[in-house]
Write a protein that binds this ligand. Structure first.
Ligand SMILES: NC(=O)C1=CN([C@@H]2O[C@H](COP(=O)(O)OP(=O)(O)OC[C@H]3O[C@@H](n4cnc5c(N)ncnc54)[C@H](O)[C@@H]3O)[C@@H](O)[C@H]2O)C=CC1
Ligand SMILES: O=P(O)(O)OC[C@H]1O[C@](O)(CO)[C@@H](O)[C@@H]1O
Length: 380
């Protein structure tokens, strides 16, 4: 049997990447820090994935196990035996697992120098594979780096499937996922031979795919979440049922769409169909997805390369007025959910440094640029 190691036994790990790896015939070792989840994985060795919407289907993922990422020796062995490694831990956690991965790769470099391995970061971020690679290389010796240059691939990827938190308390590992999924992997950065994983697409122009996905699906989703939160709507479904919110969400995806069509030469009709399909996914009545989950970590989402500021800047660059995107940015700045540490930190920064401080330090904006004033005026 082929082995895969997947970091992060959370929603995307269990409901998307782990599922596809298991379906491709891999025995999946989930590496995590959550002892309760790890114990359950090892006791049960399987879990159900429920497909939400239409005729509900249940797929059982079997022959899985859990491993604590702090158990370096066991991790070294699991990675040494793996044909593929994937992650879905959150982009902020990549520097932490990068250190553990580096230690495992150093060992492989010494003991099995002809091994090749592809490590795929399945996180919502532009350049996710590059970020992971840098986090690993920081901890490698020169010999380790030389080995990885030749033998280890860190392709960038896009991962698209909406997977909310599990609310089934009787089945801790159960996941509810939407039927749609898309996983794109940058072909040119793969090394050695990688068996086909049905559901994983190898693509040549990953940067266009990541911008299309992050600046449409994630932009629209985040804006629905932030506006829904402002209007006390509990879920995304409730938020987009509000015609005013739906209009802003569609407007924002339309603005990024116009810019992306110009930038990447996408077919305008196909892109419009892509937007409409995404709106239909937000309106999936079988997915109960709290606005707090989708809006989580506003500090990351307000960053210069992420789903709000980057598309608004691109829109201006291509002569598109980002009126709705700016409404979304303003709502994001006001996301003060008390249980979200990044939202609390954002509120503190706003209090201590003012809006100008946040626009410069968090959003990476320059006071001389057009978007800066647009946001300030709308916020006021
Ligand atoms: N949930 C979704 O619908 C989607 C999520 N994503 C991306 O997938 C990634 C994961 O998101 P979710 O699965 O929703 O989050 P999650 O919170 O459900 O799962 C993350 C998992 O990583 C584990 N983790 C944290 N620190 C760790 C460490 N040091 N070592 C090993 N495991 C560690 C956590 O315990 C948790 O089980 C994020 O980058 C997110 O942007 C991408 C597309 C869709
Ligand atoms: O909030 P994060 O970590 O970017 O990930 C969740 C996002 O990813 C998605 O699943 C879509 O890729 C949405 O549910 C949500 O917008």
């Amino acid at each position: 049997m082929k082995n895969a190691v997947h970091f992060g036994a959370g929603n995307i790990g269990r409901g998307f990447i782990g599922l596809l790896l298991a379906q491709a015939g891999y025995q999946v070792t989930f590496v995590d820090v959550n002892e309760t989840v790890l114990q359950e994985l090892n006791e049960k060795g399987s879990y159900p994935v429920h497909i939400a919407g239409g005729d509900e289907e249940v797929i059982w993922v079997r022959q899985v196990r859990g491993l604590n990422s702090r158990n370096q020796e066991a991790l070294d062995q699991a990675i040494a035996e793996a044909e593929v490694v994937t992650t879905a831990v959150g982009v902020n956690v990549l520097p932490i697992i990068g250190k553990s991965m580096a230690a495992s790769l150093e060992r492989i470099a010494r003991k099995d120098p002809s091994k090749t391995l592809n490590i795929m970061a399945c996180e919502n971020a532009v350049g996710n594979g590059d970020i992971l690679k840098n986090s690993v290389y920081e901890h490698l010796s020169l010999e380790g780096q030389k080995f990885c240059d030749e033998n280890v691939g860190f392709p960038n990827t896009t991962v698209d499937r909406i997977v909310p938190e599990n609310t089934d308390k009787s089945e801790l590992l159960s996941v509810l996922v939407e039927p749609f999924y898309e996983w794109n992997v940058e072909r040119s950065k793969l090394v050695g031979s990688l068996d086909e994983i049905p559901g994983m697409n190898l693509v040549d122009n990953l940067s266009a795919y990541i911008e299309r996905k992050l600046f449409t699906l994630n932009t629209g989703h985040a804006i629905a979440a932030y506006l829904g939160y402002q209007n006390q709507q509990p879920t995304i479904l409730d938020a987009v049922a509000d015609p005013e919110i739906k209009e802003v969400v569609l407007g924002a995806m339309g603005e990024t769409g116009q810019a992306l069509v110009k930038k990447h030469g996408f077919d305008p009709d196909q892109h419009e169909a892509y937007i409409q399909k995404i709106m239909g996914r937000f309106e999936n009545a079988a997915l109960i997805d709290p606005v707090e989950r989708v809006g989580r970590d506003p500090l990351r989402k307000l960053g210069p390369k992420d789903r709000l500021i980057a598309p608004a800047r691109t829109a201006l660059e291509y002569g598109v007025e980002p009126e709705n995107l700016v409404k979304g940015i303003v709502a994001a700045l006001k996301f003060d959910h008390p249980q979200d540490p990044a939202a609390v930190s954002l509120s503190t920064k706003l209090k201590e440094n003012g809006l100008d401080g946040v626009l410069v330090d968090v959003c990476g904006l320059d006071p001389s640029e057009a978007l800066y004033d647009r946001i300030k005026n709308a916020y006021a």
